[in-house]
Design a binder for this molecule. Structure first.
Ligand code: BES
Ligand code: MN
Ligand code: ZN
Length: 490
């Protein structure tokens, strides 16, 4: 979507116009020359439009214009989420009429980045594989923000161009998530990382380790999980260096779980909703989407992205329950369930991350159903080691701002007992209770070389139904969160 700006005190001939209003308040017209104030006030007086957050009503003026009145909710509770939800609701409502462009009367106090996010992200539709695409009505292609008097045009334009880069990162992550497992396999993720590097003007360097290189490097845990699949496993390594005079001091390493399809392996999953396991590369999608954005930005931090990527399939070569695998770090893992595969591949990648002596190590993984049970779809589960805990607050703040929330779970030593094994250094499943934390404790054994944060995004990476600015399906969770966090990391 293209977002333009225009001063609002001039007459324009837009046919579709978005007006934002708070609950119980008046619509925010500012000095807008074209505003049909009597019409809106009549609608509100008649009680047809409440201004409730995310509600949207279309009304038609005598001059032939279509007005989308969209709700910000209670005036004393306006935050980023309100701006996003109001913009998203209007975008969807207008797009459904077949409209392709609109103007939006921007209130002076609007959070421009979140308005842009609502407009852009709510218009996402994956239709690459539909042969007869809808010609119109998919989403608005162009929105012109009508700026109020006193608005700082230069800073709004700057915000918009930066947001466009961030949002394109999220959309790219979504594309990767939506595309099915027969298209997005480990080779595809590796190729995608190369495409991102190729268009980065030298900011991003990609290396792909194939199975031979992984064997050479003793990534035996990662390799074990991928053995049941005909598709080769990989470790994708992306290194970001901004175009800045001074070399950044700090290094952040990000690891994203890239299971391109998770059948459960020999511990086969039940039929119901197994198709959703194409989203089990949501962590990888977040890292790749982030690098898509980084490839166009110069942030003063060095970022390394690691994507261990495999397909978890049953087969005659597949790893089995009861197997003991010696991971890259030397720690041995007893396989209780081949469906607890994410932590097994992440183990080798987290261990490998020590090569960069990270100032911070963050992993993102659709790791456990237990976290979805505990937290639902409102936030990702956040766990950390002692040195990583100091970064939790900043991640919470970033997540709240962009609408990708994270929340802390405890990491008491005692939880480590859940994964004690009789035959190996640890086992890969600790049973049902505390399952999200047991997985975190497992990862910690491989991540303790650095300050470390683990984000279990199983409940937030994709949604079973459309909501606010997110479509049904993969939503690119993590891209905006990490960009917001990294922008303030130093
Ligand atoms: N990919 C799944 C976790 C998952 C579940 C993601 C639901 C998104 C939605 C993971 O590989 C898995 O299967 N975890 C098991 C672990 C168990 C066997 C210890 C789980 O959560 O059931
Ligand atoms: Mn699994
Ligand atoms: Zn999985």
């Amino acid at each position: 979507m293209k977002i333009n700006v225009l001063a609002s005190d001039v007459h324009t001939d837009f046919e579709n116009i978005i007006v934002m209003a708070t609950a119980d308040g008046e619509p925010e017209f500012g000095e807008c020359a074209i505003a049909d104030k009597p019409l809106m006030l009549r609608v509100i007086e008649m009680g047809d439009f409440s201004g409730k957050r995310g509600s949207c009503l279309l009304v038609y003026g005598e001059d032939g214009r279509r007005w989308a009145m969209t709700g910000l909710g209670a005036a004393d509770k306006i935050n980023g989420r309100a701006w996003r939800a109001a913009a998203a609701a209007a975008q969807k409502k207008l797009a459904a009429t077949g409209a392709i462009s609109a103007a939006l009367i921007l209130p002076l106090d609007a959070d421009v980045a979140e308005v842009a996010a609502g407009l852009t992200l709510s218009g996402y539709k994956y239709d690459d594989l539909i042969s007869k695409k809808a010609a119109q009505g998919k989403h608005l292609e162009e929105v012109t923000l009508l700026l109020p008097e006193g608005a700082d045009i230069a800073s709004i334009e700057e915000t918009l161009s930066l947001s466009a880069i961030h949002l394109a990162g999220t959309q790219r992550a979504r594309d990767l998530m939506y595309a099915p497992g027969n298209i997005v396999n480990p080779d595809y993720l590796a190729a995608e990382s190369m495409r991102i590097a190729a268009k980065s003007e030298g900011r991003v360097k990609t290396t792909v380790m194939n199975e031979a290189a992984l064997a050479e490097g003793k990534f035996d845990a990662l390799l074990a999980v991928g053995r049941g699949s005909v598709n080769d496993s990989h470790l994708v390594i992306m290194e970001y260096t901004p175009h800045l005079e001074e070399i950044p001091e700090k290094t952040v390493v990000l690891v994203g779980k890239g299971v391109t399809f998770d059948t459960g392996g020999i511990s086969l999953k039940p039929v119901a909703l197994m198709e959703e396991m194409k989203y089990d590369m949501g962590g990888a999608a977040a890292v790749l989407g982030l690098f898509h954005a980084l490839s166009k930005l110069d942030l003063p931090v060095r970022v390394i992205g690691l994507v261990p990527t495999v397909e978890n399939m049953p087969g005659s070569q597949a790893y089995r329950p009861g197997d003991v695998i010696v991971s890259r770090s030397g720690l041995s893992i007893e396989v209780i369930s081949t469906d607890a595969e994410g932590r097994v591949i992440m183990a080798d990648a987290l261990d490998y991350a020590s090569k960069w002596e990270p100032d911070l190590l963050i992993d993102l993984a659709t790791l456990t159903g237990a976290t979805v049970v505990g937290l639902g779809h409102e936030c990702a589960g956040m766990m950390s080691n002692e040195k990583g805990a100091a970064f939790e607050e900043a991640l919470k703040v970033a997540g709240e701002k962009v609408g990708e929330r994270v929340w802390s779970l405890p990491m008491f030593e005692e939880y480590g007992e859940l994964i004690k094994s009789d035959v190996a250094d640890m086992k890969n499943s600790g049973g049902r209770y505390g399952g999200g934390i047991a997985a975190g404790k497992f990862l910690q054994r491989f991540a303790d070389h650095a300050p470390w944060i683990h984000l279990d995004i199983a409940g937030t990476a994709y949604l079973g139904k459309e909501r606010e600015h997110n479509p049904k399906g993969g939503n690119g969770f993590g891209v905006r969160l990490l960009l917001e966090f990294l922008e303030n990391f130093n």
